[in-house]
Design a protein around this ligand. Structure first.
Ligand code: PXL
Length: 278
């Protein structure tokens, strides 16, 4: 059985981060171990008055206990990190658990639609570059890519050459593979473009562009992609599974966006995911 670690917050209500990663990767048949970076009563995307308990100090203790019982992982995946200080601690966690065969996957969660999520700063973005350097795979959206490269967010004003150039620059941060999400060259389709620095190859996969904003779809995508890679699917197939499942979850939520504005109804789509990985 494959085993991975997911390092991100637990938002008790709101369906993102760990409450998305655990059920999705478990459904894929992977033993997933959680390192919660913070406990929030809800996520920060549209709620006010949420509680926030920082767990930075717990992470090194969890790591040293796990080392003492010789735990090993097929992948270590990171998402929302709650504080600037956590990036360094997660970087030490990578050093503790990197092996010759496992994957370090970083989703540099910082913002979307050209804006930082609540509480994030340019200082955080520059520290995040350091974590991306250690990763095997990074999964930024276009906003996070611009922040990592310290460039202007261009909105929808880009073409394929611009994205390819961005992918190459992102790979120079240090990771072998870059998967850029939320790429759309026309109003009908949206998907991802990726670049492998070792083989110098680009690839892309697009699905239907569904108008609207759906919270936490980045977390659904990154959990599914990480799970598929851990299961042993190649990058192309893993991207296809992750995009198709994310779009499936969005379609399933259409029509109930009013009550379900805070996250997609991924739970009802889990049987489809199990079919996709058969
Ligand atoms: O989905 C990214 C995310 C994760 N965790 C928390 C968030 C967000 C985005 O808003 O607020 C706590």
């Amino acid at each position: 059985m494959k085993r991975m670690v997911s390092i991100q917050d637990i938002s008790c209500f709101g369906k993102c981060s760990l409450t998305v990663a655990l059920p999705i990767t478990s459904a894929m048949g992977i033993e997933t171990c959680a390192v919660p970076t913070a406990v929030l009563s809800t996520h920060t995307g549209g709620f006010t008055g949420y509680t926030y308990r920082d767990l930075t100090g717990d992470i090194p203790n969890i790591a040293s206990h796990w080392k003492s019982i010789n735990l090993e992982f097929d992948a270590v995946c990171t998402g929302y990190l709650g504080s600037f200080e956590q990036i360094k601690i997660v970087s030490d966690f990578f050093d503790d658990f990197k092996t010759d065969n496992n994957l370090l996957i970083v989703d540099p969660v910082m913002g979307d639609k050209g804006k930082f999520y609540a509480g994030f700063t340019h200082k955080f973005a520059s520290e995040m570059r350091m974590l991306c350097k250690k990763a095997d795979v990074i999964l930024p959206n276009l906003t996070e890519a611009a922040l990592l490269l310290d460039e202007e967010y261009v909105g929808e004003n880009y073409d394929e050459d611009f994205i390819k150039n961005m992918l190459v620059k992102l790979s120079r941060l240090g990771s072998e593979i870059v998967v850029l999400t939320g790429v759309s060259f026309d109003k009908y389709s949206q998907g991802v473009m990726s670049y492998n620095r070792k083989t110098d190859e680009f690839s892309s996969y697009f699905s239907d562009n569904i108008p609207g904003y759906f919270h936490s779809t980045g977390d659904v995508f990154s959990s599914t992609l990480s799970g598929a890679l851990v299961k042993g699917f190649d990058m192309g197939k893993s991207i296809k599974i992750a995009v198709d499942f994310t779009v499936d979850c969005i379609r399933h939520t259409l029509g109930s966006e009013k009550e379900h504005w805070y996250g997609v109804k991924f739970e009802e789509c889990i049987p489809d995911l199990i079919e996709m990985i058969k």
